[in-house]
Design a protein around this ligand. Structure first.
Ligand SMILES: [Zn+2]
Length: 164
């Protein structure tokens, strides 16, 4: 992908910046300048506002990729999911921080920003969103490891910890 195009798309890649129709409240990602949901598109002209998606969502469906595209060889197998965001739009992205065989439809996930790929010998690194299980605390510490260090804290809930 050309660098110029990549930078043009950067705000939405990094921030999940979409748009919202102030007439019917439908949220879009990527952002739109007219609303296809409104009965007449003309209604929404000039009524679209920037809208920040939270990145929270739920896995609707997924597939496990075994044949990597160029630049993704080191990742296989990896899980690619369609995520229904809490605001509405469907996003497609890789799910990280869990084994593909542990992925389930309905899993609550949150978008995180990660390295996507490196391009060419110059090593241009592309970043974008991926998804990670929302309850990461439940995935990380395994019983029998580190439990002797902080027995009380290891059972404490960590509701909003998001690893970047
Ligand atoms: Zn609308």
């Amino acid at each position: 992908m050309a660098i110029a195009r990549f930078w043009r798309e950067t705000p939405r890649r990094y921030n999940l910046g979409g748009s919202r129709c102030t007439v019917c409240t439908t949220v879009y990602f990527p952002p739109r300048s007219v609303c296809p949901t409104c009965t007449t598109h003309r209604q929404s002209l000039g009524k679209m506002e920037p809208f920040q998606l939270s990145g929270d969502g739920e896995v609707v469906t997924f597939t496990v990729v075994h044949e990597a595209a160029n630049g993704f060889e080191m990742l296989v197998p990896y899980a690619l999911a369609i995520v229904q965001t809490v605001e509405g739009p469907l996003l497609t992205g890789q799910v990280v921080n869990l084994r593909p065989e542990d992925l389930q439809i309905g899993l609550k996930v949150r978008a995180t920003f990660r390295k996507l790929r490196e391009e060419g010998p110059a090593g241009v690194i592309h970043y974008g969103y991926k998804f990670a299980p929302k309850e990461e605390a439940a995935m990380a510490p395994r019983p029998g490891r580190g439990s002797e260090q902080a027995p009380a804290a290891s059972h404490a809930p960590e509701p909003s910890r998001a690893r970047a």
